[in-house]
Design a binder for this molecule. Structure first.
Ligand code: GLU
Length: 493
């Protein structure tokens, strides 16, 4: 492919960046880098009613966290700016006027009630949602039905109006989508799309097309939910006399329970929807990226672990599938374990520190945290689990797992624990090896199995029935702490 590939990620700041948006950004990023092109961030904020404070910041933070820096964007500069549509209003007006002048668009003065009345009037069982189109527009209040003088005087009097695209009926338009292949549509099926709203701002369709053209976008890569808008865009390009970019509509992300993954059904399945939840949940960016890349794409063989650079090399739009991709959170967990375990202890210590800070826990030195990491990293799926599942490293248990206690705590348990405590007290060297040896001696002397003492000791010290090596844990916690915990448990359990 030529070197002038330019693609954009064009989110609307109407909420926090969701996981599907991050996948769209990723495919754009990979395609741009694979083809030595540019990846652009454009904020599509023309819908003031849906603007959410903080959303743009969230988008930017998420992209940077994921390692997808853009070449051009609101805070990155570039020669095709500004990159926020709200700062480009005059441009859209200019092109709407060009369309008006060339008879490709018209003014419409109908109130929402009048449009509703038209729909009611024309509604039939075959046509449940009549359009504002070549037929119905002849009976509405617009610059096609009003005289020129009437139109001018309405405009001069400041009457509210919109500008609509004048779609020619009876045509079939085709385009080739890189993923969907040949797409064809009939202009009869389209509404005369509003291009400029009564607030003087463009709709998504006009702004999107104007900007993709002015920013010299070569490929539009976006979610399948935009496929139905593509015909309008193709017509707009045609009416404006521009060449349309190549289109590629990405497959839907599906819920494991069936149907499209929506905010609601994702939450019901415990799947985080917003990227920020993956960040705060302690996921590895590399894992999320690898996972998302495979949500609709595969390299065509059975390799699964790809870091960003490897994805860039392997990624092509031709290998993106048409059919929906099921979001399997267990697969993400697997990826996360792979990437987390491949990290050095030093970087995991830093991650653990950040997690602890979030929980308001400070004051542990790096050597201690390094030991926690060493004990936990093979057991957990993400760095935040080191805190949630390893809280006992930072505080005595507040309660004791009921099931484990019911199973392990027998009448002889207190005696065994007391005998063990007394011997631990005497130990010349308090080490994991010595602790294990001591425990073995106590059980042997009492003629019971290892678990009879080991399990209660674990419950007393950690509050749970499972976890990392108990003796290493005891050594790390220190003698006094361990003695105190066992004594407390003897009173409380
Ligand atoms: N602003 C649209 C969105 O929020 C962009 C769609 C497109 O890429 O054309 O997803």
């Amino acid at each position: 492919m030529s070197t002038n590939v330019r693609v954009r990620f064009a989110p609307s700041p109407t909420g926090m960046l969701h996981i599907g948006g991050l996948r769209t950004a990723l495919y754009n990023y990979l395609f741009a880098h694979h083809n030595k092109g540019k990846f652009i961030l454009r904020i599509e904020d023309t819908d003031q009613n849906r603007y959410v404070e903080g959303a743009e910041e969230d988008i930017i933070t998420s992209l940077k966290w994921a390692g997808m820096m853009y070449d051009e964007g609101p805070d990155a500069g570039g020669g095709a700016g500004p990159y926020r549509q709200s700062e480009r209003s005059t441009l859209y007006k200019q092109y709407a006027e060009q369309l008006l002048k060339e008879g490709r668009a018209y003014y419409a003065f109908d109130t929402p009630e009048e449009i509703e009345a038209m729909r009611e009037r024309l509604k039939t069982s075959e046509n449940t949602n009549p359009k504002y189109d070549a037929v119905s527009r002849q009976h509405m209040t617009n610059s096609l039905t009003l005289s020129q003088d009437e139109t001018t005087s309405r405009l001069d009097s400041g009457a509210p109006y919109v500008i609509r695209l004048k779609i020619e009926p009876g045509e079939t338009v085709q385009f080739n989508d890189l993923i969907r292949e040949a797409v064809s549509f009939r202009t009869d099926d389209l509404d005369d799309q509003v291009l400029m709203k009564s607030d003087g701002l463009p709709t998504y369709h006009l702004a999107n097309v104007v900007d993709d053209h002015l920013m010299d976008i070569s490929h539009v890569i976006r979610g399948e939910e935009w496929l139905s808008s593509a015909p309008k865009h193709i017509l707009l390009y045609r009416y404006l006399g521009w060449e349309a970019p190549v289109m590629a509509h990405l497959p839907l992300i599906m819920s494991p329970a069936g149907g499209k993954l929506s905010k609601r059904n994702a939450e019901a399945l415990g799947i985080p929807v917003n990227v920020r939840d993956y960040i705060s949940g302690g996921y590895e960016p590399d894992a999320l990226i690898n996972f998302l890349a495979f949500l609709g794409w595969s390299p065509g063989d059975d390799r699964e672990l790809f870091r960003m650079q490897e994805l860039i090399e392997a990624f092509t739009l031709e290998d993106v599938s048409k059919s929906g991709a099921v979001f399997n959170i267990d697969k993400l967990t697997w990826y996360n374990e792979q990437y987390m375990r491949s990290r050095t202890n030093d970087t995991l210590v830093e991650a653990l520190k950040a997690e602890l800070l979030r929980s308001g826990i400070t004051g542990y030195n790096d050597a201690y945290l390094d030991s926690v990491v060493e004990l936990m990293k093979e057991r957990v799926s993400k760095t935040s689990d080191m805190v949630t599942q390893g809280m006992f490293f930072f505080a005595p248990p507040t309660d004791y797992d009921e099931k484990a206690t019911a199973k392990a705590w027998k009448t002889q348990t207190p005696l065994l624990l007391e005998e063990f405590l007394a011997e631990v007290e005497q130990l010349p060297a308090y080490t994991a090896v010595a602790l294990k040896e001591t425990l073995s001696q106590v059980v042997e002397r009492n003629g019971v199995g290892f678990g009879k003492l080991m399990l209660p000791a674990r419950i007393a010290i950690t509050g749970t029935g499972g976890g990392p090596d108990l003796f290493e844990t005891m050594e790390l916690l220190g003698k006094d702490e361990v003695m105190n915990r066992v004594k407390t448990a003897l009173k409380k359990v």
